[in-house]
Design a protein around this ligand. Structure first.
Ligand code: FAD
Length: 293
């Protein structure tokens, strides 16, 4: 079923992101996680794609397996850089043939040290709005299309206002909803929603929640994507950096408070970056479920 339709049917959507594992062991762990999280009755789950096509088959196979072997609605991420339009259409046609109706249309991060001509194929899509347009042109309304949004601005953008104008281009090209980059200070998100509303952007914008379970790893991710980790949280985590259980406890407490505040502000949903693990996400969900309507 299309996510755009499911979002109309629920007050608060709960969803989970996974990445395609590299080996059989990882796949077994992922499907254990999926089994645990399926019990929470999520609106949808999604599977990431390696920019340039590095996980092309793995993403496709995990998406297919979730679609065929679970009760879940699944969305495939697809990045356009490094692909020609012909390749993108091939990938999308295959998804259509196996019954997948949800795509997160992305540009992908620019890989370091690659030739421009490899990154931007001659007959390719340079930005995500072009991929959204390609999907709508070739497949009309078969797919529900999600796009990425950045409450603190995308790191390559000169400023937030410009970034929102580019976000609007994705909406005008036919995106149905957006999922945000992780953020840890809800004030960025609320201000972002205000600015989007002023620009006339009226698709659902679902906040992306990253439970901190490994501080070193998340600090690195946050630095790369320009997400600010509040000073007092950094100080708390630094003190216990080498004690994984304490890091996870603080991470769960923080994400619980963050989600409670978002739910009290009437957000359309919560999208959890699970990193293929279920424990932290389930604990956070159990802490907030009384607020999920
Ligand atoms: P775009 O919307 O194309 O924006 C990219 C940059 O170009 C921005 O700075 C924007 O302001 C600017 N821009 C946009 N349009 C124009 C234009 N027409 N002219 C000039 N400038 C423009 N990456 C992966 O590799 N695989 C994944 O599975 C994946 N999943 C993600 C899921 C979510 C929810 C999010 C938030 C991000 C995800 N990413 C993923 C990361 C994403 O690919 C990167 O952030 C990438 O750098 C930008 O992708 P985008 O689709 O937002 O690009």
């Amino acid at each position: 079923m299309k996510i755009s339709e499911k979002l109309k049917q629920v007050n608060t959507s709960i969803s989970f992101e996974f990445f395609p594992p590299k080996n059989e062991e990882g796949e077994k762990q992922l499907f254990n996680t999926i089994k645990d999280l399926e019990k929470l009755n999520p609106t949808f789950v999604s599977v990431t794609y390696g920019a340039g096509g590095s996980t092309r088959d793995r993403t496709r196979n995990i998406v297919k397996k979730i679609h065929e072997e679970t009760s879940l609605t699944v969305m495939a991420h697809l990045t356009c850089i490094g692909h020609t339009k012909k390749e993108l259409i091939e990938i999308l046609s295959d998804y259509k043939n196996i019954g997948i109706q949800n795509i997160l249309a992305l540009r992908g991060d620019i890989p370091l040290g690659q030739e421009e001509s490899e990154i931007y194929k001659k007959d390719g899509c340079r930005f995500a709005n072009e991929l959204v347009k390609l999907i709508r042109t070739e497949f009309k309304d078969w797919f529900s299309i999600g796009v990425a949004a950045y409450p603190e601005g995308h790191p390559e953008s000169p400023n937030l206002e410009r970034d929102i104008l580019y976000f609007k281009k994705k909406v005008e090209a036919g995106a149905d909803f957006a999922i945000t980059q992780m953020f840890f200070d809800n004030r960025y998100f609320y201000e972002y929603l205000n600015l989007c509303e002023k620009e006339g952007i009226n698709i659902p914008i679902i906040p992306g929640i990253m439970p901190i379970t490994n501080f070193k790893q998340i600090r690195k991710f946050a630095l790369m994507c320009g997400a600010t980790i509040p000073e007092d949280l950094v100080k708390k985590l630094e003190k216990v950096e080498d004690k994984p259980e304490e890091v996870e406890k603080i991470g769960i407490e923080f994400a619980t408070k963050q989600c409670e505040d978002l739910l009290k502000h009437g957000v359309k949903g919560l999208h959890f970056y699970t990193l293929n693990k279920s424990k932290a996400t389930i604990e956070i969900y159990n802490n907030i479920k009384h607020l999920v309507k």
